[in-house]
Write a protein that binds this ligand. Structure first.
Ligand code: ZN
Length: 315
């Protein structure tokens, strides 16, 4: 883990992308301190906190959660008494995951993988360095319904709602004077994106909005630091997958068969290329047009299909 200064008083907390859950975060040493996203478990969030305290031992006023996924929120409990800002949909989905004790379920999967289907093993393997046993999901206490501008010692800091794109409550955080943008999981850099709740169109619009903001440095949700070139690449990926999926949808192929037929070219070098199945599946749901963007879907089945796809490629 590295805390890297990317503009005056603005830091990216970077983790190597080792699969599901290895996200990036940030710290702004202005306005009494702002952390952008926590990490997947307490151990890793504490490690980030120690790096932040080397810069400023006593300055954390606010936490921003860019969206609800555990890799961006499950370290929140270390900041219980601070202001934790998120979109209302982030809170809604966190409430649901807390209700079904998702951290406990994943901890069981790590401890007793044999209880889970064969196709889940690669996913469990990717998250096995995390420890969810002491995660007590802590919900945001400052809930926003749209955009919010913070003033940090005179510098503007814009939280912009762009969801539902990667998930329901997606916020990006733009520092226009610093020319830095924290994208949350709207941007995956050199790694395969996947979406949960949301639409293709909203994600494309979010990427176009980021382009229009002209940041010089982007802290992506996953993968190495990047710039607008990564935005362009990601946009091309989505448009390519969407049009390929449409072709196979019209031919009557299943999402898995379609995924096997798509020739990924250079995208094959991105980590987690089997997450393609999530993206094709989501496109199919849109083509069918029978379900809303927030309809529940079977994550375990998709993870297992991702395993099938990976096995198919290895043959
Ligand atoms: Zn993430």
């Amino acid at each position: 883990m590295e805390l890297k200064e990317i503009a005056d008083n603005v830091y990216a907390c970077l983790q190597e992308d080792k699969g599901f859950g290895w996200n990036n975060a940030g710290y702004i040493n202005l306005g009494e301190g702002v952390i952008v996203d926590t990490l997947y478990d307490i151990k890793h969030t504490k490690e980030m906190l120690e790096l932040i305290q080397k810069i400023n031992p006593n300055q954390i006023k606010r936490i921003i959660n860019t969206h609800h996924n555990g890799d961006h929120t499950w370290g929140n409990q270390l900041f219980k008494d601070r202001e934790i800002i998120a979109h209302q949909y982030t809170v809604k989905y966190m409430e649901e995951e807390k209700e079904r004790n998702l951290p406990g379920l994943l901890q069981t999967a790590i401890k007793r993988p044999h209880r889970f289907p064969e196709g889940m093993k690669w996913f469990i393997d990717e998250i096995s360095e995390f420890d969810f046993s002491d995660v007590d999901m802590t919900l945001p206490n400052h809930i926003i319904e749209d955009n919010l501008r913070l003033e940090l010692d005179g510098f503007p800091c814009d939280l912009i709602y762009v969801g539902p794109a990667h998930s329901a409550g997606d916020l990006i955080m733009n520092l226009p004077v610093h020319k830095v943008l924290f994208s949350g999981d709207i941007i995956f850099s050199e790694t395969t994106p996947l979406g949960w709740e949301g639409t293709h169109e909203n994600w494309i619009n979010a990427l176009d909005l980021i382009k229009s903001l002209e940041p010089k440095v982007i802290v992506p949700g996953h993968g190495p630091l990047c710039d607008l070139k990564a935005v362009e690449e990601l946009r091309d990926y989505f448009e390519f997958i969407y049009s390929e999926a449409k072709k196979y949808f019209d031919e009557g192929l299943s999402p898995l068969e379609a995924s096997k037929n798509i020739s990924l070219g250079l995208y094959k070098n991105w980590n987690g290329s089997e997450r393609l199945i999530f993206n094709v599946n989501r496109a199919y749901r849109e083509f069918e047009g029978t379900e809303p963007w927030d309809a529940p879907f079977n994550e375990i089945e998709l993870i297992s299909k991702g395993y099938e796809l990976r096995t198919f490629w290895e043959k």
